[in-house]
Design a protein around this ligand. Sequence first.
Ligand SMILES: Nc1ncnc2c1ncn2[C@@H]1O[C@H](COP(=O)(O)OP(=O)(O)OP(=O)(O)O)[C@@H](O)[C@H]1O
Ligand SMILES: [Mg+2]
Length: 255
Amino acid sequence: MPDLEISNLHVQAEDKQILKGVDLTVREGEIHALMGPNGSGKSTLANAIMGHPNLQVTEGRIRFGGQDITEADTDERSRLGLFMAFQYPVAIPGVTITKYLRTVMNAHREARGEPEVPLKEFRTTVQAAMELTDIPREFVSRYLNDGFSGGEKKRLETLQLALQKPRAAILDETDSGLDIDALNVVANGVNTVASGTDMGVLIITHYQRILRMIKPDKVSILYQGRIVTDGGPELVDRLEAEGYGWVERELAPAA
Ligand SMILES: Nc1ncnc2c1ncn2[C@@H]1O[C@H](COP(=O)(O)OP(=O)(O)OP(=O)(O)O)[C@@H](O)[C@H]1O
Ligand SMILES: [Mg+2]
């Protein structure tokens, strides 16, 4: 049961308290949008869920499928089936995409007690994922994210998502900097991977547009390190129309 449950999470980085008691659950099969103004702690929450080494959890728990992963290292979280697409993906010069994808795929297979992926199966799987994400063939022999445009990086992440088929995915501003076609490709990729599975998705975004394509079941608003309200897609429309002023007036946590 791959529910991702965050309770009373307090996180600090370099003595700065960023998350101040976050409660959030991403249920099995749920598309959950996380919104909030710049600097409210969305990326910090995503990084904390993945176990970023620069963040300290000072209070609270993170559970995944009932298992407490608060202290687990990033590798272990990934092997349990958590996937994260970063707001600012890093380049890894010297590692080709093919090699990277195979390494990741085999690590996941090993975690499930399966043998390494046969070359033929790997090729077919990658081919299908490339078609889904509209990634040109010549990409796979290039180095990971090295010299890739912003949109190309995001499409590559969607490719990884399609290959990994994680049990829960965190997408941090996957839509930022995408042109309309790339946005469609990414949204279609995420929907295809998610449909008919029990994968939970936490999608972090500032904008309505992607949430028209990847329809959230639930929307939560993070404000000054706390979830101050949640609801359905109507919250997205209200934010789009009114911004965050009402959140500050009506819901701002007492400091
Ligand atoms: N390693 C760090 N050291 C010190 N402060 C940090 C660190 N990481 C994040 N912060 C601060 O924590 C706050 C929240 O940052 P975070 O990146 O989580 O915001 P965000 O909600 O993702 O914003 P955006 O919408 O701009 O992406 C910011 O004020 C940021 O400067
Ligand atoms: Mg962010």
